[in-house]
Design a protein around this ligand. Structure first.
Ligand code: MG
Length: 404
């Protein structure tokens, strides 16, 4: 059995707002398109490949694709069905089965392609699909308005905010690609498209042409990259250093001598006591440890490089404001603080009554929920300078989540 694969990569993918169509974007060292091509390449039964590209991108380096199997690149049309029809015209004469796959689904597996092809060889047409897991509601624009769906502008779901009815979930499947067809079935289906029938996939054209279409068990991992979040998730899945969601951990430590005549400020909270930390700023060891943890996670230097004690601007500075400033600096680098955990090492006084206020002050400075900030006190059992009440120290750990 001779099988041809058509990769539908003709879309402009303008929704992501990138200069390059989404299927040509890098995903861990290969383009999204190349990953889709590689899956077909790795599918033993597929003998030849046709890649349909936006005409204006066909010679662009970003659209380069490679495969060991015979591969032709074809300029697409204005709509998906035109693009697939153009691809179909480039399929070799001996192809008996044609499998169509969206370039924007880079995680398709050879196993899924094979079972879709096998079902089409048996039944004429087959589509990979997932059973609906959630309860399915059909929507309408206003209660009791019949036929409202067609009248509502704004694309899928636009303006439809009322339930019309609940559909029996057991009968609902969500179509993916691959979709595979016997050659004559796809010819019929695409001919219908060329007559002006609009469809969102080739299986729909085959249905409208009167051909039975088999459902093949799809793969939740075979998702379509449509939104920026999909792209970030895809990049995270492949561990792409160029993007995705990255997690970064940082650690910070600070110690200050405790002297008479200074206010004891910790975590932005002034605690009544007869001694306070010596220092250029307010000597808030908790804030200083947090700053170093956050900067450390972003590999963005340390407190001394951002707020040097040789700079008069920071004399007597409220360190909790420096925490705020550091939160902004890491946000500018594409990170957000996920959580912070602090250990305060202090013999006296007990910090317990002030922990809630410290958490609130740090949370406000970092624009986080208080639930994401932990502050714990620890005495030193009388040992060392902290144990004798001559110093206060703090350790902090911060987790940053990067969106790039
Ligand atoms: Mg310090």
């Amino acid at each position: 059995m001779h099988v041809a694969g058509i990769v539908a990569a003709g879309g402009r993918g303008t929704r992501l707002g990138t200069p390059v169509p989404k299927q040509l974007l890098d995903l861990g060292g290969r383009s999204i398109l190349q990953r889709a091509v590689d899956a077909l390449e790795a599918t033993a039964g597929v003998q030849e490949l046709v890649v349909v590209l936006p005409p204006e991108w066909i010679d662009h380096p970003a659209a380069a694709v490679s495969a060991a199997k015979p591969l032709v690149r074809v300029p697409g049309g204005a709509r998906r069905q035109e693009s697939v029809a153009r691809g179909f015209r480039s399929v070799s004469a001996q192809a008996e089965i044609v499998v169509v796959h969206d370039a924007a689904r880079p995680f398709v597996t050879p196993a899924l392609i094979e079972r879709t092809v096998a079902a089409a060889a048996e039944s004429g047409a087959a589509v990979a699909a997932l059973p609906a897991r959630d309860t399915v509601k059909e929507a309408q624009s206003a209660p009791g308005v019949e036929g409202a769906r067609a009248a509502v502008p704004g694309g899928p779901g636009g303006g439809l905010r009322w339930v019309r009815r609940t559909l029996p979930r057991e009968t609902i499947f969500l179509a993916q690609t691959p979709q595979a067809f016997r050659r004559d079935v796809l010819r019929d289906a695409l001919a219908l498209g060329e007559k002006g029938v609009e469809a969102t996939d080739e299986a729909m054209l085959a249905e409208l042409a009167g051909h039975p279409v088999r459902l093949v068990e799809g793969d939740p991992g075979n998702f379509k990259i449509t939104t920026e979040a999909d792209l970030a998730y895809a990049r995270w899945l492949v561990g792409s250093p160029a993007g995705g969601w990255t997690m970064r951990v940082g650690v910070g430590y600070d110690v200050h001598r405790l002297v008479a005549g200074r206010a004891l400020v910790l975590g932005g909270v002034t605690i009544p006591f007869e001694r306070g930390p010596a220092g250029h700023s307010d000597g808030d060891a908790v804030c200083h440890a947090v700053i170093d943890a956050v900067l450390g996670a972003a590999a963005a230097g340390d407190i001394g490089s951002h707020f040097p004690d040789s700079d008069e601007r920071w004399r007597g500075a409220a360190s909790v404001e420096l925490v705020r400033s550091v939160g902004c600096k890491v946000r500018d680098r594409g990170f957000r603080v996920a959580n912070v955990d602090v250990v305060v090492m202090l013999e006296r006084p007990k910090i317990g009554p002030y922990v809630a206020a410290m958490r609130a002050a740090l949370a406000a400075a970092l624009e986080l929920s208080e639930e994401c900030i932990s502050v714990k006190g620890k005495t030193q059992e009388g040992l060392g300078p902290i144990g004798t009440g001559d110093a206060v120290a703090a350790q902090a750990v911060a987790l940053l989540v990067g969106s790039r």
